[in-house]
Design a binder for this molecule. Structure first.
Ligand SMILES: Nc1nc2c(ncn2[C@@H]2O[C@H](COP(=O)(O)OP(=O)(O)O)[C@@H](O)[C@H]2O)c(=O)[nH]1
Ligand SMILES: [Mg+2]
Length: 255
């Protein structure tokens, strides 16, 4: 039994979409390289209208691992949600992956966490598994105080809006089984920076309540280190309630 599972784990192919906006200085190519070699991960980097040398950095890296690295170059800058969507859809044209997900370029969640998220997908057939930055004793979650509180407040409102007991909608570590990628990402998002919330609504459209809970799992990650140089603007935060209201109105016909 254990042997069988090891076998399927070895065979499962995983692609991570990495949205990149001016990441030339932050991109830890060594960590990506390790994951390519040791975990057999594939990476699809979406350069989203960067004005620095992100594209050159990515091209140099891709030329070393052409089978496992792909670049989608997109201009002008359209925001994280659009970039993730583009990459997720493009992954379907690249190779028949078993799982495709997206992951923050700064590797706040290290790539060693991928296996923690994929594990229940392999073992129990979950189709949507996502990381959660649960601050807890025994965990290794390091966040700056202010950002932690702001994020807790936003996440609580998001969960309320969704009507789901989700702890952290916004963690940049989410993985989907191949068969739901198109259904979840086909339509453009109405919100560029709360698109994660839309994904949960879309999962509610895809599945009834029983199916949703059968297919979805939130997994506290074991390590998160806040990396400086955030690309997300904090003045957006006062707009969170308004944005959530807009999203809820748009997806109002879900259970
Ligand atoms: N494509 C794209 N990605 C973005 C944009 N803003 C942020 N990101 C990406 O979103 C991820 C998280 O961004 P980060 O700056 O670390 O924000 P944090 O959530 O505050 O840590 C990274 O992969 C960024 O490159 C954007 O405008 N376009
Ligand atoms: Mg970050």
């Amino acid at each position: 039994m254990g042997g069988q599972m090891d076998e399927s784990r070895k065979k499962a192919t995983i692609c991570l979409v990495i949205p990149c906006f001016n990441e030339a200085k932050r991109l830890q190519t060594k960590a990506f390289e390790d994951a390519i070699v040791k975990q057999n991960l594939h990476f699809l980097f979406v350069n989203d209208g960067s004005s620095d040398h992100t594209l050159e950095v990515l091209q140099a890296f891709a030329s070393q691992y052409p089978n496992q690295v792909r670049i989608v170059d997109s201009t002008p800058n359209l925001g994280k949600g659009n970039a993730v969507r583009k990459g997720m859809l493009d992954s379907l044209l690249w190779k028949p992956f078993d799982y495709t997900g997206y992951w923050d370029a700064d590797l706040s969640a290290p790539l060693s966490e991928v296996k923690i998220i994929v594990e229940p997908m392999l073992a129990a057939g979950y189709q949507f598994a996502f990381g959660s930055r649960l601050l807890r004793i025994g965990g290794n979650i390091k966040r700056n105080g202010f950002r932690h509180y702001v994020s807790r407040i936003s996440a609580t409102f998001a969960a309320e809006t969704l009507g789901l007991p989700v702890y952290d909608t916004q963690c940049g570590a989410k993985i989907f089984s191949h068969q739901i990628v198109e259904g979840l990402f086909k339509m453009p998002f109405i919100s560029s920076w709360l698109f994660d919330v839309e994904l949960f609504f879309r999962a509610k459209q895809l599945w009834n309540k029983a199916e949703f809970y059968k297919h979805t799992i939130e997994i506290p990650i074991t390590k998160w280190t806040e990396v400086g140089g955030s690309r997300l603007r904090f003045n957006n935060l006062i707009k969170v309630p308004l944005e959530l209201f807009k999203i809820r109105n748009f997806y109002k016909n879900t259970w």
